[in-house]
Design a protein around this ligand. Structure first.
Ligand code: ATP
Ligand code: MG
Length: 460
């Protein structure tokens, strides 16, 4: 019920949000317990345990970040993060079930079975570091280490967006709003704390985070926050491929993949995530924009699966996102039968992609199998169709085929054929195979005078 209304009443911000960086000299706005909608019932028991134990040991303890934001929006937080003035070693001592992790950020993970509560010590921005050893900034302004402890006020200001800098205090159940986050929640705005140019230079991944939250929460990005992105997008290039991979999973597998994709294109960032795919989109001459159409349908398909509680695998999505580059690459390979050509192209495309985002083998292997299926699904003669049904990638390969067909690729009813085949009786299946007629002879290319072995393997 009316959290937002209560907040609106509280901020009385008429038309709106401030355009300037938030004024923090006055300290946080404190929203009392009866004027916000967060109750202890909404917070996981384990997070409450951690908050109380810190408080009882004499430390400050706040719930912060996405947990507070999502509760204020009436949603279900993915996880609960806690911020405290206790140092990591002190936190670790309080919880036997905890471990110290991280180098870039030193954190404590308190484990309760499958649930992990992350506890971070308040940090200050690098600029308030006066001995210069704890925080490091590279020549281009990027933060490389960030371990300067600070006060809660300082901790709030080094966070990315105003809506992520609201702190729920276990001592009194108030919310401390350091950057006018309540107003921005009310007006559904993603707004960077501080100077956006500087904050993106410190950590370019914040550009992707702006887009992720805008899509996930259906918020708009404030002009000042969005404007620098076009100019600074290239700063994503040197970000380690492993971190980029983590980000693309969050971008595309959180249920708002289609909206996220559209925003990434609007802000010209998609090209830094999937350069070869962007090139294929740009080169696409088809009237129906086949390449992009396919990507959008694949993302929509995953979004729908997620909203129905079905599983989605990164492999399927990556296979879809890199399908166009794969075909472009295959078209350039000459004198090789389709299967080895596909394997060669797959290897090339993946090798190129891992310059931008890593792809762990546990995903690249099934990706290749999904692609492989696309060559096998047309070959249904004899008892092949029946055998394909038993292939462990049949389902994914078939789903992939349906999306290709729906996006306008001319496949002569292949997807529809497979749909019928799956639901057919044994007799009907035999009949369907028969109707296909004899397997066509593979087309042999005339052997070029001095290029030998390769054609010989073609026995489709
Ligand atoms: P969700 O977990 O739903 O994706 P979140 O806001 O909790 O959203 P996390 O990545 O879990 O996001 O980070 C927790 C909090 O840490 C954020 O709310 C933000 O305050 C801060 N934070 C995370 N990443 C950054 C960053 N790159 N720059 C500044 N602050 C960050
Ligand atoms: Mg979180």
């Amino acid at each position: 019920m009316g959290f937002i209304n209560k907040l609106m009443h509280l901020v009385r911000g008429e038309s709106g949000a401030p355009t300037m960086a938030p004024d923090t000299a006055a300290g946080p706005r404190i929203i009392p317990r009866d004027q916000h909608g967060i109750s202890r019932r909404d917070i996981s028991d384990n997070a409450l345990k951690v908050l109380y134990r810190l408080k009882d040991a004499g430390y400050q303890a706040y719930l912060v970040g996405g947990g507070v934001r999502d509760l204020l929006l009436g949603g279900q937080p993915k996880d609960f993060d806690i911020a405290t003035d206790a140092h990591p070693e002190q936190v670790h001592k309080l919880f036997r079930n905890s471990i110290l992790i991280g180098r870039r950020f030193r954190l404590v993970h308190v484990r309760f079975g499958r649930e992990i509560i992350e506890v971070a010590t308040f940090r200050a921005n690098h600029s308030s570091d006066n001995n210069g050893t704890q925080a490091r900034q590279s020549a281009n302004g990027m933060l490389t280490r960030d371990n300067v402890y600070g006060t809660v006020d300082e901790d709030a200001l080094r966070r990315d967006f105003t809506i992520n800098a609201m702190y729920y205090n276990i001592d009194g159940f108030t919310i401390h709003d350091f950057a006018n986050g309540a107003e921005d929640i009310q007006s559904r705005t993603i707004r960077m704390i501080g100077d956006p140019y500087e904050r993106y230079r410190e950590d370019p991944v914040r550009m992707l985070r702006a887009i992720r939250f805008a899509a996930k929460l259906d918020f708009h990005i404030a002009d000042q926050t969005g404007d620098p992105i076009d100019e600074l997008g290239h700063l994503l290039q040197p970000i380690p491929a492993a971190r980029m991979f983590e980000e693309i999973l969050k971008l595309f597998l959180a249920g708002q993949g289609e909206a996220t994709y559209e925003l990434l294109q609007d802000y010209n960032l998609f090209r830094y995530l999937f350069p070869a795919t962007q090139a294929a989109i740009a080169a696409d001459q088809s009237e129906t924009q086949l390449v992009e159409n396919f990507i959008i349908r694949a993302l929509r398909n995953s979004d729908e699966r997620i909203s129905h509680g079905k599983s989605v695998t990164p492999a399927f999505l990556l296979a879809a996102l890199l399908w166009a580059p794969l075909q472009a690459r295959m078209a350039k390979i000459r004198n090789m039968p389709p299967v080895p050509a596909l394997h060669q192209a797959a290897q090339d495309v993946i090798q190129e992609q891992v310059q931008s985002t890593s792809i762990p083998r546990r995903f690249s292997t099934p990706m290749k199998e999904i692609w492989d299926m696309q060559l096998r699904l047309p070959r249904r003669h004899g008892n092949r169709a029946q055998q394909l049904l038993d292939n462990k990638r049949f389902r994914a390969g078939y789903d992939f085929l349906l999306i290709r067909e729906a996006s306008g690729e001319p496949l002569q009813g292949l997807g529809e054929w497979w749909t019928r085949f799956q639901y057919a009786s044994e007799e009907q299946r035999l009949e369907m195979s028969k109707e296909l007629g004899k397997a066509p002879r593979p087309k042999r290319k005339r052997k070029p005078a001095n290029n030998d072995q390769q054609d010989r393997g073609s026995q489709a």
